[in-house]
Design a protein. Structure first.
Length: 173
């Protein structure tokens, strides 16, 4: 016989339900910050510096300037991963699968093709030396005019006084 009585199982179910977002209405809603901040708005200097990283990103894709692009990254092994709306069934759920910068570099900087990139709907959040940016983008193949749009999330760290991209995840449609 199980060591857990029927009453104990019943009490456990109630406790788990109370802790779940469905069982606790306040958890399903946006709660006030625990650290007293109302948001993670960047200060003016950081906002300008992060915007410069974003401008250099788009400029480097448009001009094919690999060195400028890579100077915005912490290093070339950062998580850098794009997907359609859903992850492919062949995706291997290991962190190495997220290190896709080499493929991006080949397509954008080593293929001989010219691209143009525009960004919009930029949202920057920051707390100290950690920042997160979400934005919409459109990348166009100049020769054919074909374009792809998507949404990306960048995480940045301020390292030795400069903001560096430490991860990029994006969708492509």
């Amino acid at each position: 016989m199980s060591a857990m009585t029927t009453f104990s199982r019943y009490a456990l179910v109630i406790a788990l339900f109370a802790l779940s977002p469905l069982g606790h209405p306040a958890m399903a809603e946006e709660l006030p910050s625990l650290n007293g901040k109302t948001g993670h708005m960047p200060n003016e200097d950081s906002r300008k510096q992060i915007q410069e990283v974003l401008d250099n990103y788009a400029k480097s894709v448009t001009t094919g300037d690999r060195a400028l692009f890579e100077s915005q990254l912490l290093d070339e092994k950062i998580p850098f991963f794009g997907l359609g709306e859903k992850i492919s069934p062949s995706f291997k759920p290991i962190s190495q699968s997220l290190q896709g910068y080499a493929g991006f570099r080949k397509a954008v900087f080593e293929s001989g093709k010219k691209y143009s990139q525009k960004i919009s709907n930029i949202r920057i959040e920051q707390d100290g030396d950690l920042a997160q940016v979400s934005l919409d983008f459109e990348t166009t193949l100049v020769e054919s005019g074909e374009s792809a749009q998507g949404w990306k999330i960048l995480q940045l760290l301020k390292v030795q006084g400069r903001w560096k991209i430490v991860s990029e995840l994006y969708t492509v449609r």
